[in-house]
Ligand binder design. Structure first.
Ligand code: GRF
Length: 215
């Protein structure tokens, strides 16, 4: 069966990109990465793509007079690559309504919190500051509002009382690398539908357990 063609949009080091490269590199994986696009030149993620032999492009938002121009170039590059799914992986630009509409239910994002809590930037500082006992990460379909859209999968980690934002970031990042690859796999397997802004996943099991922190 033909593999789902995935484009990954990045702005930085690309550790989530790396997890997707590794997952889709397995012979029986139902998706393949056809393009990596960064809006910032020279970032580490571009090297990861090049090392894996994946076509990579820089579309620098500073080269365009406005967002429409930038997004038109992005759209064109995605079409030329034959992308069927767009994964935002540390992509630090908000996408406009028109672009999100063009790619409706074909753009997913990973965010390092249990959405809808802690949208936006500096998540781990705010999580530690808040005193919540759990944090985690979320993969969701993209809607025009920031860090908004139907939730596909989440992973949760306990926040130790003495945790620093950096410790927490590392704990969450390890889970990001698991869930992003899983979400892409489930989409590529055709198991995911969005109905009334809720995600339905064929054959998904809900774990029958509760976590307590502290125990
Ligand atoms: C991740 O924490 C992701 O959740 C957020 O940006 C970070 C990107 O990290 N959206 P990387 O570039 O994938 O290492």
């Amino acid at each position: 069966m033909a593999k789902l063609k995935v484009a990954v949009l990045i702005s930085g080091r690309g550790s989530n990109l790396q997890s997707l490269i590794e997952a889709t590199g397995e012979v029986d994986h139902p998706a393949t990465i056809v393009s990596v696009i960064s809006n910032i030149p020279g970032v580490g993620g571009l090297n990861r793509a090049a090392n894996a032999g994946i076509a990579n492009h820089v579309i620098n938002h500073n080269d365009f007079a406005d967002r429409e121009g930038f997004e038109a170039a992005l759209h064109q590059t995605l079409l030329e690559a034959g992308a069927e799914l767009v994964c935002l992986a540390g992509f630090m630009r908000l996408l406009g309504d028109e672009f999100v509409k063009l790619w409706h239910n074909r753009i997913i994002n990973i965010h390092p919190s249990l959405l809808p809590s802690f949208r936006g930037l500096n998540v781990h500082d705010r999580v530690v500051e808040s005193g919540v006992r759990f944090s985690g990460c979320t993969v969701h379909f993209v809607r025009p509002a920031m860090d908004d859209g139907p939730i596909i999968i989440q992973a949760c980690v306990a926040v130790p009382p003495d945790s620093s934002p950096n410790d927490l970031a590392a704990r969450v990042l390890a889970q990001e690398h698991r869930v992003y690859a899983l979400a892409v796999r489930m989409i590529a397997e055709g198991r995911i539908r969005v109905v009334n802004e809720r995600v339905h996943i064929d054959g998904a099991e809900t774990p029958d357990m509760a976590l307590l922190n502290p125990r």
